[in-house]
Unconditional design. Structure first.
Length: 237
């Protein structure tokens, strides 16, 4: 009875581990829809509200921009009901923008920065838009704007694509390794339990027993007298 309960608990544990690992792969934090930060009802660059026709977008010029150079951001709104409220959040840490459709900033740091715009019309309808600002590291403003923008943006995009693809591969490899390890442990435990069960059920052969010549009873090895009839036992040859 105890052995059946152990087998049932072991099978249930294996099923739970496999189901949990599969759920982590399909719906985990590395799933593309869960980590993109973009609402599916809106385009990642130009967001719109289908109910009211409110649509928002903006441009960054130049983009990419050389470090220590100025760039401009201009918003465009169509549809909805005026007046509009502009909320820029997040923006690069070295910039500041209020409730305005156009603003300028000097790129004092290099890297990729997320710019997000939320537009609200007078009826409370929202529209969203977002872009990535790329600031290249250069020694001079002229050379940075002329020569560094194209190659710098291309290399940054390639690096981000490579890292994102590598991250997904590592996640699947890690989950597969965990499942394989758990299955290996379960298989080892199962083999041990089968071996223990079989060893208990096999008949045990007597070892080192002595046979009494008078009553044919068995006596432990090294006994001088039979425990059944007290007859003397001859030493083993």
């Amino acid at each position: 009875m105890i052995e059946h309960r152990v087998w049932r608990a072991l099978a249930l544990g294996i099923v739970l581990v496999i189901v949990t690992s599969a759920f982590a792969v399909v719906g985990g934090p590395y799933h593309a829809g869960a980590s993109s930060g973009v609402r599916t009802a809106f385009d990642p660059v130009k967001g719109s509200s289908p109910e009211s026709g409110l649509s928002a977008s903006f441009s960054i010029s130049p983009n990419p921009v050389a470090q220590d150079s100025q760039f401009s951001v201009s918003a465009f709104v169509t549809g909805g009901v005026p007046y509009y409220t502009f909320n820029w959040n997040p923006i690069p840490p070295f910039c500041s923008a209020g409730n305005e459709s156009n603003w300028q900033c000097i790129a004092s740091q290099s890297g990729n920065f997320w710019v997000n715009l939320t537009v609200v019309d007078s009826t409370g309808t929202h529209a969203y838009a977002n872009r990535t600002l790329t600031v290249t590291n250069s020694n001079g403003n002229g050379n940075g704007n002329g020569n560094g923008n194209g190659n710098g943006n291309s290399s940054n995009n390639n690096n981000s694509l490579n890292l994102s693809g590598l991250g997904n591969i590592l996640v699947y490899a890690l989950v597969g390794g965990i499942i394989s390890f758990v299955l290996l442990i379960a298989l080892t435990v199962g083999v041990l339990m089968i071996a223990v069960t079989l060893s208990r059920r096999l008949p045990k052969q007597p070892r080192g027993k002595m046979v009494c010549p008078a009553c044919q009873a068995r006596a432990p090895a090294g006994s001088k007298f039979c425990p059944n009839c007290a007859a003397p036992l001859a030493p083993p040859k």
